[in-house]
Write a protein that binds this ligand. Structure first.
Ligand code: 13P
Ligand code: SF4
Length: 311
């Protein structure tokens, strides 16, 4: 990229020229959230990707999100600014191991968190996001045995909330796993009465102290509606950008990791995307997501089920 390039101006020019839509997750850097045509949680971003009539989707998020966009909108060009933007949950669940696990439990259906590879989606019956999991689980007959993967904390939280046993895949999100209960209790003591909003990817020791548990969008709604002036936020700290913009009169504090601050909870995969890489992706229409058609069709079946059941 030539020195002196005005990245924002160039991105805006290319977005028009390419008939592109820029989608961003709430864990992206503030400058990417601010440039996006739409910012949302995983379910909202999937819906947007399925509906858009743009020719190009530039996805500021991680690979499984961009792949979801391509599965739902195969005729579009989908670019991801950095192909290395993976996810620890996806890494925890290799398709061959997941297939073998399923084969050992043939009477179980696989209810699978969207944070997984396209191959694992193709091996699953129904996909869920954190904002759709509760509604979808409640539509599955009580006597139907379920495998839930790859996030054991989301699965465990659902299991406790609905008193429903599920076979849990042992994956975790390295970001939410890093919150410290001891440091959270210290922070709560410093801000008596401040509620805690947590993502269900957090371990139970954090969830137990939460006043609200839900997806990134539901945490944003809670931030708008809670009574009081200070909120402790137990999810990836970049989400606080939206809170600070919309609610300048309130104070938002990121829940701490073991070192006492919230910077260790920045998602290293989400952080790989930058303005410069977004500019290059729009300019070159690379790196591009490509999925083999047979695999895509199989993965689409479980995603379509989610979109049907979540509404
Ligand atoms: P949601 O935005 O759907 O809550 O997902 C959070 C997440 O971890 C994405 O990787
Ligand atoms: Fe994956 Fe966790 Fe990063 Fe989300 S925050 S992309 S679940 S590692």
């Amino acid at each position: 990229v030539p020195a002196g390039t005005d990245l924002i101006e160039e991105i805006n020019r290319l977005r028009k020229e390419r008939n592109a839509v820029i989608l961003a997750h709430y864990y992206q850097k503030p400058e990417l959230q601010d440039l996006a045509d739409f910012v949302g949680d995983s379910l909202e971003l999937s819906r947007k990707a399925a509906e858009t009539d743009a020719e190009v989707i530039a996805f500021c998020g991680v690979k499984f999100m961009a792949e979801t966009a391509k599965i739902l909108s195969p005729e579009k060009i989908v670019v991801l600014p950095d192909m290395e933007a993976g996810c620890s949950l996806e890494d925890s669940c290799p398709p061959e191991k997941f297939a073998a696990f399923r084969a050992r439990h043939p009477d179980h259906i696989a209810l699978t968190y969207i944070n997984c590879s396209t191959e694992v989606k193709a091996l699953s019956d129904i996909i869920v996001t954190s904002s759709s999991a509760e509604t979808i689980l409640q539509q599955i007959p009580k006597d139907q045995p379920i495998i839930f993967g790859p996030d054991r904390h989301l699965g465990g939280w659902l299991s406790r909330k609905f008193d429903r046993e599920m076979l849990l895949w042992p994956g975790v999100c390295i970001v939410h796993e890093a919150f410290s209960e001891t440091e959270l209790l210290k922070l709560k003591a410093q801000h008596p009465g401040a509620p805690v909003a947590a993502h269900p990817e957090c371990p139970p020791a954090i969830i137990d102290h939460a006043d609200h548990v839900g997806s990134t969008s539901s945490i944003l709604n809670f931030a708008r509606d809670f009574e009081g002036d200070t909120l402790i936020v137990a999810t990836e700290p970049h989400i606080m950008h939206q809170m600070e913009k919309a609610l300048p009169e309130k104070t938002f504090i990121g829940a701490p990791g073991a070192d006492g601050n919230c910077n260790c909870n920045i998602c290293p995969y989400m952080a790989l995307n930058t303005l410069e890489k977004l500019y290059v992706a729009l300019r070159d229409l690379e790196p591009r997501i490509e999925i083999e058609e047979g695999l895509r069709v199989k993965a689409k079946a479980s995603l379509d089920k989610m979109l049907e059941m979540a509404s």
